[in-house]
Every structure is written in C-alpha cells, then in structure tokens.
Design a protein around this ligand. Structure first.
Ligand code: F6P
Length: 527
C-alpha cells in the first residue's frame, strides 16, 4: 500500500463497498436452503479448534475481495514484521514479541542487540523452579508454614489473563492451592480476600509490568502492612514476589531481588499471559501442562504464519470483523462462551480488543475517517440467552456473535447438561441466522388456537429478521493446549484488524489522561 494512501481510497476497499449492496439484500436462510454444502465450505480447522463461519453474510466472492484487501495492505509483510521483532509498537519504538514467549523453536530474535531467546528460557526455568519449590513445600512462609493460598495483586493485563486462565483450567489443577485475585482499589474486595486467607500460608504475587500502577501498589502496600502486623514480623519477604519490567522499583518497594521475575517492555500487558505474569496458571497446572499451553499458542502462531489467507483462522475472523464494522456499520461484537469455565474470557478479550484497537489515529499520525475497534461484550452464553439475546434477535442493530462451544467436556459431568449446553449455543446461532417470518409466526399462532385477528397482530411481534451473523468456534475440549491456541487466535485476529486499519494495536495512550488527573482530584477529596 502506498505509504500515505488512505485505506478507503484503495480499489480493494472500494470493491468491497460496491459488492456490499448485492450481499445486503440476500438472506442467509436462502443460501442454506439452496446450497447444502454451504456449512462445509466455510469451515477451517487449526490447533484443536474448528471455526464454522458459514453463518456469515458472505459468499466466496466476498472472501476473495476481503483477501485482496489484506494483500493490498501488505498483511504478509506486517505479520512478518510482528514475529521478527520489528518496531510494530511505533509510538514506543518497540517490538511486540508475545509470540517469542511461546516459540517452541527458540528462534533467535535480537532486541536492542540482545538475543531474547535465552533470556526467555532462563526466566522460564526460574519460574519453573519457583513453582516446584511451592508444590514440593520447600518454600515456606515467615513462620515456617507451607503455602496454601496465592493472591495475585494486579490489574488490567496483570490480572485478567491470570484470573481468566486459572478459572478456565481449574479442572487441570495439579495442586490444592487456593487462588485469589486482587485488582480493584475498592477495599471491599481486599476485605473479602483477607477474610478468606491464612496470613501465614499465603503468597502474594505483585504483578505489574510498570510497577507504578496506583491500584496495584496501594493494594500491595496495604497488604504488606497487614501481614507484618498479623505475623508480628518485620521480614515477610518470603510472602512476596514481584513480576515486573521495572526491577529497580520492585527493589525499592522492598521485594527481595531473588523474588523478582522479569517481564520486558517488548511484551504488552494484555499479551503477557505467556510470560511470568502467567505464574498463577503455572502454579495451578504445573510445568508440563503450562508447556502445553504455550505449545497450543505456538501451533496457532504457525498456522497464522503459514496458512493461505482463505484457510487462515485468525485472518478470516479479522476480515469478517472488518466486513461488518466497515461495510455494515456494526459497532459491537459478542463473545458467547458456552462454558462456565470460560466465563472470564469476555473481560480478557475486552481488554485485548478494545485497548488494542480503540484508536482514531493512524500510523501516519493522521485522524482516520473509518470505524476501528468494536465494542466487545458478552457473558457465559447460557446466561446471556436469558438477558440480552433478545436485542441480538430483534433489536435494530446487527451485532455479530462468536459462539464458543466445547465438543467434549472432559469433566465427566452429567451428559444431559453438556448436550443441552451445546444444543443451546447451536440453536442460538441457527435462530440468528434463519429468523422467523411473519407467515411462520402467524401459522404457529393459528395452530395454537389463537384467533385470526389476534394472530395478525401478535405475529408482528414474533417476527425475527434473522440474517444476523455469527461464528462458531468448536474446541475439541478445554485443555491447556486448546486454551493456548484460542488466546493466540484472538491475539492474531486483533493484530490483523489493526494492520488493515493502519493503526498501532500495541499502545494505549487513551488511558493516561485519567491517571494524570487523579492525583489532583484525590488531593481535593482528601482536603
Ligand atoms: O492502564 C492500563 C494499563 O496500562 C494496561 O495496559 C495494563 O495491562 C494495566 O494498566 C496494568 O499495568 P501494569 O502491569 O503496569 O501494572
């Protein structure tokens, strides 16, 4: 793409605009009725995940046009730049090397002259040794007791990934450790946590890339004072470890040097679950399964780099997202995991997508004229059906949905429950796609003995327009490996969107102003 050429001036963009009206006037229910092979045509599998994207407002030509757009913005070169460690985070002049953290080939990558592969391996070994010390009960608290509670103190990327993954993979626990997540500054949460732990048996992980986040440091300081009072000891260092890219600040805070695990400025907070920030997950599932988590992500990375556009799951998901946001004026997307274990995936992906792509300035420092990052919302699917799905079916907006379904539930629970859960997700996707016509509603009412007059009126309320798009992501099962692949899938989807929109997906200047204003307002409140 010519460096300064506006995205919307590209012939490939305009071709999509010209194609849109032809698609917009067709209904998916007719496509399915006329083409029994449709479901099979729009399917792709990678790394233990199958994407069924047949319920989208697309035909093969749409996909070709979207792929031409991806080619026009030089997506392959941009993917290469990401993985190779080029300065894709342009406003900070930094690479974004979350893929290096899970690179099973340990490919040498130099950042500021230093090969980071050995650095990553060394840190992994340190955290594996630490986890072994906790699991084998050789690590003891200040009074000699073993550790039974873990409290992660962090917020944003230093909270959502650890919490989400610990809840998601609970079934794969290799220890009885109890996990708690302290994020907000609201003292109520702190209170709840302090009431549910045993001070002598608790390890606090202070997770903060910057080690300057007000909420995290205030919570950590309050806890440190509380612990010293509780234990009657001044040296409580055995109870605190820090994960940070700002080692000096952690030292100044009072964390022992050997208890500090590094993170690096070339890993974004919201992309950091693969680093030492993933420690709570590692404590839960152990080294072997954590390696599988990394290898699942690596498998998705390989797929992302190697598969042609039309078979490339993250690229297809990003292109569909662009199609709806920029050509159908959709502003939101729903994440609907039909899995209680995946309930925290929604806030995790909210940060991943909205902090990455909620931008209005392009890489050429100019204001952009088209829509970018979608509003992400959602909840565990079964619950959401009974709250806001009404709007998805009959509201005036088009809100594309990602349904996440587990083909197998490895928890050996009641099969009936699992079957109903699966059927619920599938029937929602089907209802969004096919809708209900006036005639269908009318016939149903008359068959239920409603009078013809009343049926005429009621049927109007029971019409569902349908033609509402969704993806279905089938995970073979919820394992460390598929979980790794799923998170990497969304990371790459978000990256490709940003690459097409020509924005920097790796900065977050928008969150700074509130932080700047806070001290003065705090002073005013305190005065
Ligand atoms: O304020 C936003 C943010 O900077 C996020 O990007 C980040 O994940 C979070 O705060 C926490 O930052 P840190 O890990 O530096 O405490």
């Amino acid at each position: 793409m010519g460096a300064m050429k506006n995205l919307t001036e590209l012939p490939e963009w305009q071709a999509l605009g010209a194609h849109q009206p032809a698609i917009a006037q067709q209904h998916m229910r007719h496509w399915f009725a006329n083409d029994p092979a449709r479901a099979a045509q729009f399917n792709v599998s990678a790394a233990g995940i199958r994407l069924d994207y047949s319920r989208n407002r697309i035909d093969q030509h749409t996909i070709s046009l979207l792929c031409h757009l991806a080619q026009a913005v030089e997506l392959p070169q941009k993917i290469h730049a990401l993985i190779a460690g080029q300065l894709v985070n342009s406003t900070h002049k930094l690479p974004a090397l979350h893929t290096a953290l899970r690179d099973q080939a340990a490919t040498p990558i130099h950042v500021q002259g230093e090969n980071i592969a050995p650095l990553i391996a060394l840190t992994q070994q340190r955290i594996y040794d630490f986890v072994h010390a906790i699991h084998s009960q050789t690590w003891r608290g200040a009074t000699g007791k073993t550790i039974t509670h873990i409290v992660n103190i962090g917020i944003g990327g230093s909270h959502l990934g650890p919490m989400m993954s610990v809840h998601a993979l609970k079934e794969h626990a290799v220890s009885d450790l109890q996990f708690h997540f302290l994020s907000t500054i609201d003292h109520s949460l702190l209170n709840d946590i302090l009431h549910s732990i045993d001070a002598e048996k608790t390890l606090f992980i202070i997770s903060s890339k910057s080690f300057s986040t007000l909420e995290t440091l205030t919570n950590a300081r309050t806890i440190m004072n509380w612990l010293q009072q509780r234990l009657g000891k001044t040296d409580v260092s055995q109870h605190f470890i820090a994960i940070t890219a700002a080692k000096q600040k952690a030292l100044a805070f009072g964390i022992a040097e050997q208890h500090i695990f590094p993170l690096w400025d070339w890993v974004g907070g919201r992309y950091s679950i693969w680093s030492a920030i993933g420690l709570p997950l590692l404590l839960l599932i152990g080294q072997k399964q954590f390696s599988e988590f990394l290898s699942g992500a690596y498998a998705m990375d390989q797929h992302f780099q190697q598969a042609p556009f039309k078979e490339n799951m993250p690229i297809l998901m990003a292109l569909l997202s662009i199609w709806y946001i920029n050509f159908f004026a959709a502003t939101a997307q729903v994440i609907a995991p039909y899995s209680y274990r995946l309930r925290d995936l929604v806030p995790y992906l909210q940060q991943a997508e909205m902090e990455s792509n909620g931008k209005s300035t392009n890489l050429q420092h100019a204001a952009i004229s088209y829509m970018t990052g979608p509003i992400i919302f959602g909840a565990e699917g079964c619950n959401a059906q009974h709250s806001y799905h009404q709007l998805l079916h009959q509201g005036q907006r088009m809100v594309p949905v990602d349904f996440l379904l587990l083909e197998n539930n490895t928890e050996h629970l009641n099969k009936l429950h699992h079957d109903i859960l699966l059927a619920s997700g599938l029937s929602q996707a089907q209802a969004l796609m096919r809708g209900k016509t006036y005639d269908e509603a009318y016939q149903e009412l008359v068959a239920a003995d409603v009078t013809a007059d009343e049926a005429c009126q009621l049927a109007q309320h029971q019409v569902l327009p349908g033609n509402r798009p969704s993806n279905i992501l089938f995970l073979s099962a919820l394992t460390p490996k598929t979980m790794g692949a799923l998170l990497a899938l969304y990371e790459h989807k978000i990256f490709v969107e940003g690459a097409i929109w020509g924005i920097n997906s790796f900065d977050q200047w928008g969150v700074e102003l509130g932080k700047q204003l806070l001290p003065t307002i705090l002073q005013q409140i305190q005065a």
